[in-house]
Design a protein around this ligand. Structure first.
Ligand code: NAP
Length: 541
């Protein structure tokens, strides 16, 4: 570390040991670990505050669909004991408050530069350093550049014909105004019916004069059954946090709450199966899909769960045509399952209309609203809940150039490539937290974030202790890993679907299954083994 400190002294304003990009949960924990190592660190954050996804997605109804006592850091026993979560699934304001609390608690604010959007990052092979420039022109040099830019952070921006002519108000759920929006009495339209829209639609419907929901294919959603946490259950979790966190790390999805299925959907009678689904529907939550071993791998088993959900929709929604339109026809769990609070019930309100833009797509936007084959919808405000350029969007948003000036955008033009989802060959010392090729979005992000940050921290310690300056992935190891990622994914039903996991929601994006579907514990074991074997598959120079 001495060499780094000396280097830092030559230009205290701009030279750092480590630059971290992004102040979401990944960046905050990464920063904490780097500060504790005694390294000189700068964190650059595009937003006006820390919190990442919870800073931007402040639309009404936003909340996490992983139980918050698990969707939280485990690295500090005092933190997890002292923080008080109020609900099973916490709301965006509460999670944002938690993120800010962590920043303050560990005295991290002084290392964070807000309103600092990275424009370029270039690797200097002679000095083994990264030269990073933000949009204001300020430059930073660092040995290590850590991309903690998030997986669902680059908003899918609408490009409908005539959009510029629309005179009403437009809102992106992923860039919601801090001051909030008053829809009282207004004619509102919303485009999209994914996890975000399913949360915001019931909230807007309560306020708006009229809400028109523009739906492409319908999505599966399970009741969240959110509720306040009782003092007893909080005490129980806190008393057992050690084993709960260990179970989460040893699990497939990064949560201790999920109990793995043990039998096939066809090992039981139709009636027993129905009762099992009914119980899970009553309990609510993502564990609905964990009823049977083959829901994620066998079409017929999957159809039993899918049909159960369709039946519930038909029971809830009183207009049969609307119920039919709201009933998804594809594989359940292919796209990320949604959790809702009275989503389907909202379509029984007199002030809500479902517009099918799957069969009859939007023609264009006009000055007063949206024109579809079904007619003109006059709207005072339009909400775009159209998702994200997932996993690669934020990594490719900046112009990143590695060895020999090679652009990451060029290397990844046929899809992302990285060894263990941690380092992409040719881009030494640039680590990615929860990047493509790691379990990431298929897991409780907090478990995966901590595993990645801990691995990267140990790796940096190793490089420093051995007097080396750079680590890069070997092309062969990277190719083998990418083949493995694809092979594992190809055994799941998700592989053949049109979802953001494959980039299918973004026009022109190469279709490749991006996250690693082998599970959190298997993945973490592989990472640990590779490190223990002297970082096999990496070259340290
Ligand atoms: P999403 O799941 O990608 O949904 C976007 C919606 O917009 C889809 O219905 C999509 O239709 C539609 N859409 C996209 N482009 C369109 C276009 N040009 N015209 C019409 N419709 C269009 O995005 P999201 O709802 O923001 O959720 C993304 C992920 O974020 C989730 O899967 C989840 O992982 C995470 N998330 C989690 C929570 C939570 O914790 N509760 C909440 C929100 C988000 P198609 O289906 O046809 O593409």
């Amino acid at each position: 570390m001495d060499a780094l400190t000396k280097e830092s002294r030559t230009d205290p304003c701009t030279v750092f040991d480590v630059v971290i990009i992004g102040a979401g949960f990944s960046g905050i924990y990464m920063l904490h670990r780097m500060v504790n190592l005694g390294l000189k660190v700068q964190l650059l954050e595009e937003a006006s505050g820390a919190g990442g996804t919870w800073h931007w997605n402040r639309y009404p109804g936003a909340r996490c669909d992983i139980e918050c006592m698990e969707y939280s850091y485990s690295f500090s026993e005092r933190l997890q004991q002292e923080w008080k979560w109020t609900h099973k699934y916490s709301s965006q304001p509460e999670i944002l408050e938690y993120a800010k609390h962590v920043v303050e608690r560990f005295s991290l604010s002084k290392f964070i530069a807000l309103d600092s959007r990275v424009a370029t990052a270039s690797y200097d092979e002679n000095g083994s350093t990264w030269d990073i420039e933000i949009e204001t022109g300020q430059r930073y040099h660092a040995r290590y550049c850590i991309m903690a830019t998030g997986t669902l952070s680059t908003v899918n921006v609408p490009t409908f014909p005539g959009l510029e002519s629309y005179r009403g108000d437009c809102y992106l759920t992923g860039r919601w105004p801090e001051a909030g929006v008053d829809f009282t009495g207004k004619r509102v339209g919303i485009i999209g019916t994914g996890s975000t829209a399913i949360q915001v639609i019931p909230m807007i419907a309560k306020e708006a004069g009229h809400l028109a929901v523009f739906q492409r294919p319908a999505n599966y959603s399970i009741p969240a059954r959110n509720r306040p946490l009782s003092a007893e259950e909080v005490a129980m979790v806190k008393a057992n946090y050690l084993s709960i966190r260990a179970a989460a790390r040893a699990s497939r999805g990064g949560t201790a709450a999920a109990v793995l299925p043990t039998q096939s959907a066809f090992a039981v009678s139709d009636e027993e199966r129905y009762l099992e689904y009914e119980q899970r529907w009553r309990n609510g939550g993502l564990s609905f899909l964990a009823a049977y071993t083959d829901i994620a791998s066998d079409d017929s088993a999957n159809e039993t769960a899918a049909e159960f959900v369709r039946q519930q929709i038909r029971k809830i929604v009183s207009n049969p045509t609307t119920a039919e339109l709201l009933s998804p026809k594809d594989t359940i769990g292919c796209k990320r399952l949604c959790l809702d609070t009275e989503y389907f019930e909202t379509f029984n309100r007199d002030n809500v209309t479902l517009v099918d833009i799957q069969q009859a797509p939007i023609n264009r936007f006009v000055e007063t609203g949206i024109e579809t084959p079904a007619g003109l919808f006059q709207l005072d405000a339009i909400v775009f809940a159209m998702g994200f350029d997932a996993m690669t969007g934020a990594l490719l948003a900046s112009d990143i150039k590695g060895k020999s000036g090679r652009a990451l955008r060029d290397k990844w033009s046929d899809g992302p490539r990285a060894y263990l989802g941690l380092l992409s060959e040719g881009f030494p010392n640039m680590f990615t937290v929860t990047g493509p090729g790691s379990p990431s979005v298929l897991s409780n992000m907090m478990t995966s974030i901590e595993q990645h940050v801990d691995w990267i921290t140990k790796c940096i310690q190793f490089i420093e202790a051995s007097g080396m300056s750079a680590i890069d992935a070997d092309l062969e190891a990277e190719d083998d890993w990418m083949d493995h990622v694809e092979e594992v994914a190809s055994k799941t039903l998700r592989y053949g679907c049109n979802s953001w996991y494959l980039g299918a929601n973004i026009e022109g994006k190469k279709r490749i299954f991006m996250p690693y579907a082998g599970g959190v514990s298997t993945y973490a074991e592989k990472c640990a083994k590779i490190a223990s074997e002297g970082y096999r598959g990496f070259t340290i120079t």
